[in-house]
Structure formats: structure tokens, C-alpha cells
Design a protein around this ligand. Structure first.
Ligand SMILES: *Cc1c(COP(=O)(O)O)cnc(C)c1O
Length: 469
């Protein structure tokens, strides 16, 4: 298995090489040269597997430059039972006859990003050890990504993490989750500013090629192929757990932001998983809903991006979307390159010629929720089923309702646990969510964070002084 760029100007590369790169040199994203197809016999055989065993079967199709035994050990560590709240790693729970919750938030940071990040940590650890080098990850977070990255990298001492967060703008739980880590290779930096300003600092430092090379600066972006590959596994798992025969289909509803999660569902469907619909759910930042309803992709400016009660979906553009567009236009890299050229010139592009294919060929449908919808959905699901869901998952449950089909199970991805978003839960049901077992004292643990003004040179000096070289 080799990888090429969506814009066509990269010689084919192996998994380990694309792992350590961000964008392809031509500005595109790495995609598999050909997608593996899973036949009916294989699907049947996979019904017997545990989650780590299934992950090995699927990831070994994409990771062909690491031997199977090594990959198996990496996967067993990434998805070890003692790191997850569910014995089965990913739980499946019914919401009456309405839907199932696919529990992809049972990992250490209580959000689905752990599913990809735990594997990414193992992959970085392996490849860096093999190449006898180190990496200093520099990133900015408004919540889930930063903590998932820190919990995934803390045990890999070849990697140091420098994570900027906007001071005072994350929930007490999110702050405590990150700042309570005491590992030497984890550096929390709270900057005086908002997320966009923190992100600007990271961008400006990462664009300084001398600095980047000298201090071996890397990233854990949602465009990293290893993250997408690891996410494909739980789509197969969800189907395997809710069907009995191969002629049964399921649909997935996915609370979406950067299009990373649902893109993995798209690949699972293209590989032959019997999926009826891929229901893309957005919040008020509905760039993607607009695309799937009109064929026009029109990213917003950061200033036009709403701050919502499902903050991990507050995006202005969807960084993984180019990979889907590549498939949509018949894997024509020149067309992709010209679309992204038009995007930077005109601020939008129009693919309405493909509108009929969105659902008929790819299963995609889309909708969005408002704050009121999410609060009402949290309350209704709690009243009707006694199940407490977080505001991101509530977005998925709300949008899924419009697209349910008789006889086809609807699996809503539970992308975070309610404990992370106490304020909205309290608004919905009049009390705060229970603290998960083992985390009762999280907010009173000692915190490890340095505070800085919103100044790239201060951050640079800190990285230079603390980088792992
Ligand atoms: C990151 C995140 C999302 C959005 O996922 P994408 O892959 O960016 O589409 C949704 N919900 C939660 C809780 C998240 O952390």
C-alpha cells in the first residue's frame, strides 16, 4: 500500500513517511493509491474478533511497512483494556428503538479523538525509535485534540508536546485534564488570547523552516492519515455489533467539524462495508451542511465562526474535506488542484453538478442543530431512556431523526462524554453530570502549566529551551 497526494504531485510513499509529514509537498493530502476491498467472507470472519484484533486486520491493510507482529503489539498497547472505560473498547448501547450510541469516547480523555491518537502515539513511537530521532509536537487546542494528544504521547519519550491553550477559555474539566499531567515531555502553555490567536502563533513558528528543522517541530493535525486509518476500524465494529448477516445495512450519524471522523466512515463504505446513509451533523457552523445541500463549498472566516455549546465542531473550514472531493471528482488530481486554486481566489467552489451523487453514490445526507435543539435533545434522551449524552452527541441524535429508515439501525457516534460539558448538561437537566469513576478528584489535582503573553517569540524561546533533541 502506497500513498499519493490529492493534487497529484507527490511520488508514492509508504505509511511511515506520510505519518511524519503534514500536507503533501504540493499542498494536497495523502490518500491510498487504491483502497482495499473487503469481501463478504472476510466480513463474516471478522464477527468473531475483539476490537484490537479487528484493528489489526484493518490497519495491516494500510500499514504495510511495519511487520505484522510489531503492528499487533502497537495496537494491543493503543487499545489496552485498562485505558478504556468499556471492556470492549468501543461500546454499543441502544436508545430505545430510535438508535444506537456507538461509544467511541471510552478512552482516557473521554472523547473520540483518543481512538485515533492512541494509535498515532504508538506509530510515532515506533517510527521515531527506528529512525533514532525525536519529535517536538507544537499545537494549539480549544479542548479535545490537545488533551487526546498529550494522553497519547506521554508514554512515548521520543516525543515532546508543546500545547498552547487559550487562557481561561476552556472548561474547568478540560483544563484539569490537560494541566494535571506531570510528565516531563508534556508542556502546557496557556496564552493570553483566544484559540485563533494561539493557532496563529503555532502557524507562524511552523512556517519558519529553520526553526522547524532545528527543533524537529511536528504536528498531530486531524489531516494525519494514521488518524483517519485508525478511525475506519470503529465503523466496521459498529456494523459487526448491530447486524447478524451481511445483507443488513446500518446508517451512521456523525457530529462533524473538520470532516475527519465521517471521512473514515466514507472509506469504510467504499471498502465494502454495508452502509446505507452517512448522516453528517453540524452545529451552527454549517459549512458542510451547506455543501451537502447545495454543492457549494464556502469556508467562513474565523470571525464568522460561532462559539457554540458543541465547541469541538466550531470550524470555519473542514481540513479533511479535500480527500472526499478527490473521490467525488473521480480521483482527478488536476481537478482538485484547480478547485483549491479557485477557493483561494474566490472563497468558494461549486460542485452542484455532483449533487445527485452525494446520496445515491456515497450515502451522504446532512443537517444541523441549534443550541436549543441540543439542549432539548439532551433532556429528551435523558427523560425517555435515562441516558445522558453530551452536546456533540446530541447534535448527532437530533440530525439523525430526520434520516432514519425503517429496518436500518442508526448508529450515532458518541463523540464525547457529558462530564466534559457540565454547563450545557446543567442547562438541559438541571444538574451537573456525574464525574466518571476514577476522575472524581481531577479538578483538585496539582496543575502543570506555564502562562505566557500572546507572543510568538516567548513561545519560541520556551520551545528552544525545552525541546527534546
Ligand atoms: C473533534 C470532535 C468532533 C468533530 O470531529 P471531526 O473529525 O473534526 O469532524 C466532534 N465532536 C467532538 C466531541 C470532537 O472532539
Amino acid at each position: 500500500m502506497q500513498y499519493i497526494s490529492t493534487r497529484g504531485q507527490m511520488a508514492p510513499q509508504h505509511f511511515s513517511d506520510v505519518l511524519l509529514e503534514g500536507l503533501a509537498p504540493d499542498g494536497g493530502l495523502a490518500v491510498p493509491q487504491t483502497l482495499p476491498k473487503i469481501d463478504a467472507q472476510t466480513l463474516t470472519a471478522w464477527r468473531e474478533l475483539t476490537y484490537p484484533q479487528l484493528a489489526l486486520e484493518i490497519l495491516s491493510l494500510f500499514v504495510t511497512d511495519i511487520d505484522r507482529q510489531t503492528l499487533s503489539a502497537m495496537i494491543d498497547r493503543a487499545y489496552a483494556a485498562d485505558k478504556f472505560r468499556s471492556e470492549s473498547i468501543v461500546s454499543v448501547r441502544p436508545l430505545g428503538d430510535e438508535a444506537y450510541l456507538l461509544g467511541v469516547s471510552e478512552g482516557p480523555t473521554l472523547a473520540f479523538k483518543d481512538m485515533a491518537m492512541q494509535f498515532l502515539g504508538e506509530a510515532f513511537g515506533h517510527v521515531l525509535t527506528q529512525r533514532q530521532t525525536t519529535l517536538n509536537i507544537l499545537g494549539a487546542t480549544s479542548g479535545d485534540t490537545g488533551s487526546a494528544a498529550e494522553y497519547a504521547m506521554r508514554q512515548h519519550k521520543q516525543v515532546s508536546v508543546f500545547m498552547l491553550s487559550p487562557k481561561g477559555r476552556m472548561s474547568a474539566f478540560q483544563r484539569a485534564q490537560m494541566y494535571s499531567l506531570q510528565d516531563d515531555n508534556i508542556h502546557n502553555i496557556a496564552v493570553e488570547g483566544d484559540f485563533d490567536q494561539a493557532q496563529e502563533i503555532v502557524k507562524s513558528l511552523a512556517s519558519d523552516l529553520d526553526f522547524k528543522q532545528k527543533y524537529r517541530i511536528g504536528a498531530v493535525n486531524s489531516i494525519n492519515w494514521a488518524r483517519i486509518a485508525a478511525q475506519i476500524v470503529y465503523y466496521f465494529w459498529g456494523w459487526l455489533r448491530t447486524t447478524e448477516t451481511n445483507d443488513q445495512k446500518v446508517s451512521f450519524a456523525v457530529p462533524s467539524g473538520n470532516f475527519g471522523n465521517i471521512l473514515a466512515g466514507h472509506y469504510a463504505r467504499q471498502m465494502g462495508l454495508p452502509v446505507a446513509r452517512l448522516v453528517l451533523a453540524t452545529n451552527e457552523n454549517n459549512v458542510l451542511e451547506e455543501f451537502f445541500q447545495t454543492g457549494i463549498y464556502r469556508p467562513r472566516l474565523p470571525i464568522d465562526t460561532h462559539v457554540t455549546s458543541s465547541p469541538s465542531m466550531d470550524i470555519s473550514k473542514a481540513s479533511n474535506f479535500e480527500r472526499f472531493v478527490y473521490d467525488l471528482v473521480g480521483q482527478d488530481p488536476e481537478r482538485v488542484a484547480s478547485l483549491w486554486q479557485a477557493l483561494s481566489k474566490d472563497g468558494s467552489f461549486d460542485l452542484s453538478e455532483y449533487l445527485p451523487a452525494f446520496e445515491s453514490q456515497y450515502g451522504f445526507v446532512a443537517g444541523s442543530s441549534s443550541h436549543g435543539d441540543r439542549v432539548a435533545t439532551i433532556r429528551r434522551v435523558f427523560d425517555e431512556y435515562g441516558v445522558l449524552i453530551d452536546p456533540h452527541t446530541a447534535d448527532g441524535v437530533k440530525v439523525a431523526q430526520a434520516f432514519a429508515q425503517p429496518g436500518i439501525p442508526m448508529l450515532v457516534l458518541e463523540t464525547a462524554l457529558p462530564a466534559k460539558f457540565a454547563e450545557t448538561i446543567e442547562e438541559a437537566i438541571g444538574r451537573t453530570p456525574p464525574m466518571p469513576v476514577g476522575l472524581e478528584d481531577l479538578e483538585i489535582r496539582p496543575q502543570n502549566v506555564v502562562e505566557m503573553s500572546c507572543d510568538a517569540s516567548a513561545v519560541r524561546a520556551f520551545v528552544e529551551a525545552n525541546a527534546n533533541l
